[in-house]
Design a protein around this ligand. Structure first.
Ligand SMILES: [Zn+2]
Length: 388
């Protein structure tokens, strides 16, 4: 697998080198005459011109994996590529002016499909699940349109089987508006296939193996090693690195309202490490919720005698939001364990996947009128079964 992976990388790099630089290198997508829209792509100029060249030459691969550190702009760049694919003058660098480009910038193009991790649908009927997934995704996209500086998705959100079925449907329907359609699937490490669902894995493999000629599927992840090798080997990697401090500074001063004052700006730049997302959110990627989750997990592993007093005493949730944040952090911790084990040990993978389900259920219950401490006690008991 590793060989194929490297081989594909080599081929793609060659393509990029051989391709002549595109004549259109405009990367600005900012529009004042459409409602809410994405900010332009900051930095990454060389990568964009190489991508544009491969689009112009018609050599851009149909199934790609955008890889890079969190917050570095992988999904934003994938959407830029989608814009270049759907541009009325395309494929090539997006002109930023035509109707299609403006629709993409406003996340309103009917042939742009952005898959974001969402809560698992509640319906039991598969068709209803797909409809529900469609609605959840529309909400998630609307949210990103309204707040383009988004944080990572909730820990319990995933690309569940219903999302993959929806993807399958979309891929096999003709484009609505132009000759092509583009799919961006962010946080690919959240694909439910990682949780040992064979149906989901097979459906996805089929899509990636033979995407229709009019379809381009771009997955993004900061954890490529966590994808199943069978999936990874079908994708051509596109590596996305960090940007310089000056680019981060330009982004923060132009896109944050109000822009950070001088000392705050320096603080953010220190944290950025080339990642605009990290600098823009700047509330630290670790916080109280993660500490609480670690304490809770340690207590669960220590058995009921340990977790019962600890978990209950430790949980004076000031707000329901704190409790949900802790559950999200808990799910992320479990997921990290899942990703480490993924292809190695099917039984371990299934156990962790089931544990994540328990956290999801608790999170759903917490949205209602349930007592957080009671919910936590129930969760601890059920997670204790997996910790054994
Ligand atoms: Zn255009």
């Amino acid at each position: 697998m590793c060989y194929i992976w490297q081989h594909k990388l080599l081929i793609f790099n060659k393509l990029l080198v051989l391709a002549k630089p595109g004549t259109k290198t405009m990367v600005h997508t900012k529009q004042s005459d459409v409602g809410e829209h994405l900010h332009e792509v900051y930095g990454h100029e060389r990568l964009l011109s190489r991508l544009a060249a491969s689009l112009t030459d018609g050599r851009f691969p149909h199934a790609t994996l955008f890889v890079g550190p969190p917050g570095v702009g992988k999904q934003r760049i994938a959407i830029w590529v989608a814009q270049g694919l759907l541009c009325d003058d395309g494929p090539g660098a997006p002109c930023g002016k035509c109707q299609s480009c403006r629709q993409v910038a406003a996340l309103g193009h009917p042939d742009l499909h952005w898959f974001i991790p969402v809560p698992r649908p509640k319906a039991t009927d598969p068709d209803k699940q797909i409809d529900e997934a469609r609605g959840l995704l529309a909400d998630a996209v609307a949210d990103r349109r309204a707040r383009p500086l988004y944080d990572r998705p909730a820990g319990t959100a995933s690309h569940a089987l219903a999302s993959i079925r929806l993807l399958h449907r979309i891929v096999h329907v003709r484009p609505f508006q132009g000759p092509r359609k583009a799919v961006v699937l962010g946080n690919a490490e959240r694909l439910v296939v990682q949780e040992a669902s064979h149906e989901a894995a097979n459906a996805l493999l089929k899509i990636l193996e033979e995407p229709p000629a009019d379809t381009y599927v771009m997955l993004t992840t900061s954890e490529p090693q966590s994808l199943l090798p069978t999936i990874r080997s079908r994708l051509v990697p596109v590596r996305i690195g960090g940007v310089g401090d000056e680019t981060v500074r330009r982004f923060l001063s132009r896109e944050l309202r109000p822009p950070p004052a001088r000392s705050a700006m320096e603080q953010r730049l220190l944290k950025a490490e080339g990642s605009i997302g990290r600098a823009a959110l700047a509330r630290g990627w670790e916080n109280g919720a993660e500490k609480a989750a670690d304490g809770f997990l340690a207590a669960v592993q220590g058995g009921a005698r340990r977790w019962a007093p600890l978990a209950l005493a430790q949980a004076p949730w000031a707000a329901r939001g704190d409790f949900t944040a802790m559950l999200d952090a808990l799910a992320l911790r479990l997921r990290a364990g899942l990703l480490k084990r993924a292809p190695l040990d099917a039984q371990g993978t299934r156990r962790i996947a089931a544990a994540i389900r328990r956290v999801e259920e608790t999170r759903a219950a917490a949205q209602g009128n349930v007592n957080p401490q009671l919910a936590l006690a129930v969760l601890a008991r059920r997670l204790g079964e997996f910790a054994a």
